[in-house]
Ligand binder design. Structure first.
Ligand code: GN1
Ligand code: MG
Length: 376
């Protein structure tokens, strides 16, 4: 963690905790959208640390609604935990809570036109960018299942839609077409030519989940929206999942978006920023452990139709993320933060390689899912 005690950051942190008691401000995590810091202090409140975040206002255009969702979610899950579900027996489960600002009545502060908020830090737990083994994979699956279970009775209409068309693949495709039409690349590189061709070969299947929603086969429920591997906190001592973080995208959607996103991020052992594309692959054994963990908690609330679309979401969500990265590359890297010019193109290539690997294993993936569902 990099230490970053600038005057501006200290002044913002002071709006949540007296600055004379703050002992350090470090950058935290590797998010592509918001900017995140860990503030440590010598007080006992919040266990000596809290998370400070600058919300990306061009992505989250209504920070007030993001914060309202966070508060509603936190209150709901706290209530549910008063009578913990049997699957939580003997385990720890934590929910990041909004930390109020010291002076304002609203739970965020503005500084130089930017929106900052603070949430509690889950101590004695860590995240990882690349999965270690099947035990950890099972725990990630359990974590997502527990999260879905705890929010399954939060009425979907009590959550605002803070990111319209998030994970609606046909909308990303429309946007891709618009961006491409106005910025047709001159002398495209081989990588770009291949990526564009990849999208065109697969555009037909992009509406599989939304078509199922339109036919009434799948229904929206509260979801996490971004359950990638490094958003699942693991207990430092036991290695068990203890909670999901990064809750800004919690809103109504399909649980399939979450399952697809979790698998695409965990089952590629080379990671999202893999340098060597040849190392990118979809690992079936990890997928099995994640799904096993997920179904051990969530199996009981999946309908037959929900189950029928599981293989589709596993194939779709990596394609969708690749498409989002590629569109942003063509659009001048305005959405996903980058450190070098072709980073979003390379990220797209990684997701497209993963999609190919999934495609090549579709019969095995279908067989695996039927086996797990029949066992449950
Ligand atoms: C973004 O900011 P971060 O890294 O938590 C994105 C996700 C992508 C992810 C890929 C709001 O999440 O949808 O899957 O990058 N979040 C948003 O790393 O677009
Ligand atoms: Mg996120």
């Amino acid at each position: 963690m990099r230490l970053l005690m600038t005057e501006a950051l200290e002044a913002i942190a002071d709006r949540f905790h007296p600055r004379e008691r703050i002992t350090g401000i470090h950058s935290l995590g590797s998010g592509n959208v918001n900017e995140t810091f860990l503030v440590t202090h010598d007080g006992r409140r919040d266990g000596g640390a809290f998370v400070l975040q600058r919300l990306n206002k061009s992505v989250f255009t209504r920070p007030d609604l993001v914060m309202r969702n966070l508060v509603a979610l936190g209150e709901h899950v706290q209530r549910r935990l008063e009578t913990p579900p049997p699957e939580l027996q003997g385990r720890r489960w934590e929910v990041p809570q909004v930390v109020p600002s010291r002076q304002e009545s609203r739970p965020w502060v503005e500084h130089d036109g930017e929106v900052w908020r603070s949430i509690t830090y889950i101590g004695a737990a860590t995240t990882t960018d690349v999965i270690r083994d099947c035990f950890q994979a099972r725990e990630v699956g359990y974590g997502l299942g527990m999260f879905h279970s705890l929010i399954s009775d939060l009425p979907a209409d009590s959550l605002a839609d803070t990111l319209e068309d998030f994970h609606v693949t046909p909308s990303y495709l429309r946007r891709f077409d618009q961006v491409l039409a106005r910025s047709i690349p001159q002398n495209p590189s081989k990588a770009l030519t291949n990526a564009l061709a990849f999208v065109n070969q697969r555009r037909e299947g992009a509406s599989v989940l939304e078509d199922a929603v339109a036919r009434g086969e799948l229904h929206h429920r509260p979801i996490h929206g971004d359950p990638k591997i490094n958003n699942v906190m693991m207990d430092e001592a036991t290695g068990q999942a203890v909670g999901l973080i990064d809750l800004d995208t919690v809103k109504p959607g399909l649980i399939h978006y979450d399952i697809g996103d979790c698998l695409r991020s965990c089952c590629n052992p080379a990671g999202e920023e893999a340098e060597d594309l040849d190392g990118v692959r979809f690992d079936l054994a990890l997928a099995e452990s994640i799904l096993e963990g997920y179904l051990s908690v969530a199996g009981s609330f999946l309908s037959e139709q929900d189950c029928a679309y599981l293989p589709d979401c596993i194939r779709l969500i990596p394609f969708e993320l690749g498409l989002r990265f590629l569109t942003d590359h063509l659009d001048g890297d305005r959405y996903f933060r980058t450190n070098h010019p072709n980073q979003n193109l390379h990220r797209a290539d990684v997701q497209f390689r993963l999609t190919e690997s999934i495609d090549n294993q579709m019969p095995e993936i279908r067989a695996l899912i039927s086996r797990l569902l029949n066992a449950g």
